[in-house]
Design a protein around this ligand. Structure first.
Ligand code: VGL
Ligand code: ZN
Length: 195
């Protein structure tokens, strides 16, 4: 992997895992696999990002206010915390999205770091050219993040052994993977990556 690569972990939060408010079927299965990617990137001295969905109690993103979803990932709640099994290193850059009550913010590219710096600016500042993306959910935030990354000119690899989808309509995740590939994303599993 080139030095200009980063691992981008999307929304591996309690509410998106079994037992949460908006569980992705088998969402927690990505955790042990992501932990292996984390180790690999950490050993190679590469940057690791983790995004979190971080909603106010009232947002048009929720069903009761005209959106698609039950309330989930409400700021400061247990459901909004990262899955406890996810071994994020101390220096992980946490980026936050979904705070604006007037938009859905599926994409990691709508996220900002602790000093409110947009995700893209943070990537560019560090000279990152290639993002490796895993997490939840394949057919929403992973899809939106990957498509935005490609639009912005990054090389993108989707870690297909470290994503899970909602599949409100059966096949949504498979379709999302095809769409990401069609837009120029590469696919990889753990064994494909070499340091
Ligand atoms: C997500 C639905 C609603 C996601 C976030 O992280 O994929 N999906 N909010
Ligand atoms: Zn959300």
């Amino acid at each position: 992997m080139e030095k200009k690569s980063a691992l981008v972990i999307i929304d591996v939060q309690n509410d998106f895992c079994p037992g949460g408010a908006l569980p992705v079927p088998e969402g927690d299965k990505v955790v042990p696999v992501l932990n292996k990617y984390i180790k690999m990137f950490q050993k190679a001295g590469l940057v690791i990002y983790a995004s979190r969905d971080w909603h106010p109690e009232k947002t048009q993103h929720f069903k009761q206010f005209g959106g698609l979803w039950p309330p989930h990932c409400i700021q400061g709640t247990k459901g909004a915390e990262f899955h406890p099994g996810l071994k994020l290193p101390l220096h992980t850059v946490i980026v936050t999205k979904g705070e604006n009550p007037n938009e859905d913010s599926y994409s990691g590219f709508q996220a900002r770091n602790y000093e409110k710096k947009p995700f893209t600016d943070s990537l560019r500042e560090k000279g990152i050219k290639h993002v490796y993306v895993g997490g939840l959910a394949t057919d929403y935030c992973v899809r939106a993040t990957v498509l935005d990354a490609l639009k912005q000119g990054f090389n993108v690899t989707v870690l297909i052994d470290a994503i899970k989808g909602v599949d409100i309509k059966p096949g949504d995740s498979a379709e999302a993977i095809k769409e990401m590939e069609g837009a120029g994303a590469n696919k990889a599993v753990l064994a494909d990556l070499r340091l």
